[in-house]
Design a protein around this ligand. Structure first.
Ligand code: NDP
Ligand code: MG
Length: 381
């Protein structure tokens, strides 16, 4: 069945691949949102003819309005524009592919409007997972993960009962700095960190993959999506990128999902679930597959993962502080204002400074995010 999509973050890596999947699969596009890339937003709007394009930036909205003057496509600026795109009545599915906590409000708006949520934006679940999943449950909204590991787990869980899950095993590529010690890590540059061995992704998640924060965020994401405590989620470094994650069941059976590393498969599955259709993802050849290896991650060296695992157990606003501090620190690293090992140092510093609030409201979460960013700024002065 063809779906009608609102793609939040259409100009990003996931957003662009979603449009490829939509085009190949005959899905319609009702709304698009973008951050800064007005030129690509214009191209996408002309090609996919959504009813609405939105961006948080009023100036860029005015620019796009002029560019699209010859069409009947509406253009909106500001946060309300994103919320309107997320809840546009014509769409039955929202693809949450904005990066960072900036995606939280539009994601909640999509849930409130009763859309299926194809969720890539993991930061939303890290910051406000309990709130988001509770709201989705109350509204009867399905959250279908796009993140490859979570899609793998979700696929393995089809037809299973929650009480049958013994353990989730989230695989990790190990990133470009696998096997390095802290001395070597202190010397790596932004260019080194942006060279991911397996995936082509946006800059922020690529840095998170290099620090292993991405895997920490994913453990928290898995905890929230599947209702399994952190103690029963393992991380396995799997360099070959073939096994996308596994589930161990009560009887000892372990199911895994395998495939080529191609995000278009989990994106497509999030749209077609519970069905499967022909797709454009790269086919997988078992006979050209390298020997598969699995190792425990080195959390002494890659401190971000250790910090995230600690927050997964603490809960409350600690995960929002972790995320906010990490977003701020990664931003500074991408501006080449801090070194690679400053990222875990600053996140740890923010976690020490900002008090955890348990059972947080949405306001508590935004306040934790703000305080974490403030702490990072103070610690870098
Ligand atoms: P990109 O950086 O490539 O894209 C991010 C998108 O969000 C772009 O459309 C960008 O607009 C938009 N955006 C950025 N900042 C804002 C803002 N403040 N307000 C509104 N829109 C904004 O990221 P990815 O596509 O790689 O990742 C998106 C999400 O998916 C992340 O949460 C990531 O962790 C997750 N994910 C990504 C995977 C991947 O393979 N890329 C895999 C698994 C999860 P513009 O470009 O116009 O500025
Ligand atoms: Mg992932």
């Amino acid at each position: 069945m063809g779906r009608t999509l609102s793609i939040l973050g259409s100009t990003g890596s996931i957003g662009r691949q979603t449009l490829e999947v939509a085009e190949a699969g005959g899905h319609k596009v009702a709304a698009l949102t973008f951050g800064h890339n007005v030129k690509l937003a214009e191209e996408q709007a002309r090609r996919f003819r959504p009813r609405l394009v939105a961006t948080p930036d009023e100036g860029l909205a005015a620019d796009l309005k002029v560019r699209l003057e010859d069409t009947d496509i509406r253009v909106l600026g500001g946060e309300e524009g994103l919320v309107e795109a997320a809840s546009i009545p014509e769409a039955d599915t929202a693809v949450a592919a904005i990066v960072g906590v900036a995606g939280l409000k539009p994601t909640l708006a999509a849930i409130d409007a009763g859309k299926r949520l194809a969720l890539a934006n993991k930061e939303t679940l890290v910051c406000a997972g309990e709130l988001v999943t509770a709201r989705a449950k109350a509204r009867g909204v399905d959250i279908v993960p796009v993140d490859s590991e979570h899609s793998a787990i979700f696929q393995c869980l089809q037809g299973a009962k929650h009480k049958e899950i013994r353990r989730l095993i989230v695989t990790a590529s190990g990133g470009p700095f696998y096997g390095m010690d802290r001395k070597a890590l202190s010397l790596v540059t932004k260019t080194d960190a942006l060279k991911h061995p397996t995936w082509q992704m946006g800059q922020k998640i690529t840095i998170d993959s290099a620090t292993l924060m991405n895997k920490g965020l994913e453990v928290i994401e898995a905890m929230r999506l599947f209702g399994v405590p952190a103690e029963r989620i393992d991380v396995a470094v799997h360099r070959e990128g073939v096994v996308h994650s596994l589930v161990e069941f009560a009887d000892g059976a372990v199911l895994a999902q395998l495939g080529s590393p191609d995000m278009r498969l989990p994106i497509q599955y999030a749209l077609t679930w519970p069905d499967r259709t022909e797709g454009i993802a790269k086919p997988f050849n078992l006979f050209s597959c390298p020997p598969l290896t699995f190792r425990r991650p080195d959390i002494e060296t890659f401190r971000c993962l250790a910090l995230a695992l600690r927050c997964a157990k603490t809960g409350g606003t600690s995960t929002a502080v972790l995320n906010g501090a990490n977003e701020a620190a990664v931003g500074l690293f991408l501006e080449e204002k801090i070194g690679f090992l400053d990222i875990p140092r600053l996140v740890e510093g923010a976690l020490e400074r900002v008090k955890t609030v348990h059972d947080p409201s949405l306001d508590d979460i935004f306040e934790a995010d703000r305080a974490a960013r403030q702490a990072v700024l103070e610690l870098t002065r």
